[in-house]
Design a binder for this molecule. Structure first.
Ligand code: AMP
Ligand code: ZN
Length: 119
């Protein structure tokens, strides 16, 4: 599995930096964002170091599909209210124009009752 010793989220995957885990399996980790915008705000990442969506390749199709199917389940588990009154938002920043700060692919999941700090 590809990893980058200088990458913040690879260090979280390796347990070198602590995180508040939401979910873990052999290829996916989810943990609470350290600076939440909303009552629920966690990140879902592949354990493998993929810098952004721009580097996705056909071999990542199943992994990305699994993350999409996991998101609604984890959102409810973490306190998002059910659809349609509740729900959640997914977003993934890719590159400088999106203001991506951490260059290890991550999907933000935000939700919970409004108001939110941002978004
Ligand atoms: P982005 O701008 O999409 O790259 O977002 C990076 C996100 O990572 C931000 O929302 C940060 O608050 C979050 N973040 C940075 N460091 C940590 C950390 N050590 N643990 C959890 N979340 C973090
Ligand atoms: Zn990484």
């Amino acid at each position: 599995m590809s990893t980058d010793p200088d990458c913040l989220f690879c260090k979280i995957v390796a347990g070198k930096i602590p995180s508040r885990k939401v979910y873990e399996d052999d290829e996916i980790l989810a943990f609470h964002d350290i600076n939440p915008w909303a009552p629920v705000h966690f990140l879902m990442i592949p354990k493998a170091h993929i810098p952004s969506m721009a580097q996705l390749a056909p071999e990542h199709e199943a992994l990305m599909g699994r993350m999409m199917l996991l998101a609604p389940r984890l959102a409810l588990q973490e306190g998002c209210r059910p659809y349609p009154e509740g729900g959640f938002r997914l977003f993934t920043n890719t590159g400088a124009d999106s203001r991506q700060e951490v260059h290890h692919l991550h999907i933000h999941v935000t939700g919970g009752p409004r108001p939110w700090l941002r978004g």
